[in-house]
Design a protein around this ligand. Structure first.
Ligand SMILES: CC(C)(COP(=O)(O)OP(=O)(O)OC[C@H]1O[C@@H](n2cnc3c(N)ncnc32)[C@H](O)[C@@H]1OP(=O)(O)O)[C@@H](O)C(=O)NCCC(=O)NCCS
Length: 180
């Protein structure tokens, strides 16, 4: 397995739409973002890179200090095998090396698994945007039998050194950055 940047021709739309149901919204951030894929097999020699992408993460640099995870998805058949953790850890490490101080991510009030996942990766709840999904998405979203209405932002305020293979998620707050 290998993590590498994906070209536009390789963007795995079915995965991206698993994390965010609105193609227009994805399109709006994808072109300004870094799209990293977790590739199965030897992606360097495979002619059809897209078909080998088993997980994707999209990072948008908000400013010099802050990067936002705009999208992350693992192919359903591969979920629960720590691949999301591996890919997010790789993204954290890359952002840290680029001098980014803070990583943020938004999710919805109905995303119980996502909330668990991010917290286990060291993120903490930071803000709630009441009605964000109602205002932003053309269709109502239901997940786990819950109407997804409110956005919640989580953040790692101090991006820690985090090996893609071993990531404890045990990050320490330094007070750097402030809730925006
Ligand atoms: C959310 C998602 C990216 C997680 O990836 P994954 O590969 O399935 O998760 P991992 O196997 O790496 O799990 C990492 C940690 O999160 C935990 N976790 C994942 N789902 C969980 C759940 N439903 N409840 C509790 N913990 C959960 C795992 O237990 C693990 O913690 P541990 O290391 O302490 O055991 C993946 O499930 C996914 O693609 N979901 C659909 C798309 C989506 O919703 N994207 C996020 C949009 S905000």
């Amino acid at each position: 397995m290998q993590v590498r940047d994906l070209t536009p021709a390789e963007w795995p739309w079915s995965l991206l739409l698993d994390a965010d149901p609105c193609r227009e919204l994805i399109d709006a951030y994808l072109h300004q973002s870094t799209v990293m894929g977790l590739m199965e097999g030897d992606a360097a020699i495979a002619p059809e890179g897209r078909s080998l992408t088993i997980a994707v993460i999209v990072l948008l640099q908000r400013d010099q200090q802050v990067v936002e995870v705009m999208n992350i998805a693992v192919a359903p058949v591969h979920q629960g095998k720590k691949l999301g953790k591996l890919l997010l850890a790789a993204a954290i490490e890359r952002s840290r090396q680029q001098g980014t101080k803070r990583m943020i991510v938004g999710t919805g009030n109905s995303g119980i698994a996502q909330l668990a996942f991010y917290q286990k990766m060291g993120f903490r709840l930071e803000a709630i945007d009441r009605g964000y999904f109602v205002r932003t998405y053309p269709e109502p979203i239901f997940e786990n039998g819950i109407w997804c209405r409110d956005g919640q932002r989580l953040a790692q305020r101090a991006i820690a050194s985090c090996s893609p293979k071993i990531c404890s998620g045990d990050l320490h707050e330094t007070g750097a950055g402030s809730p925006s």
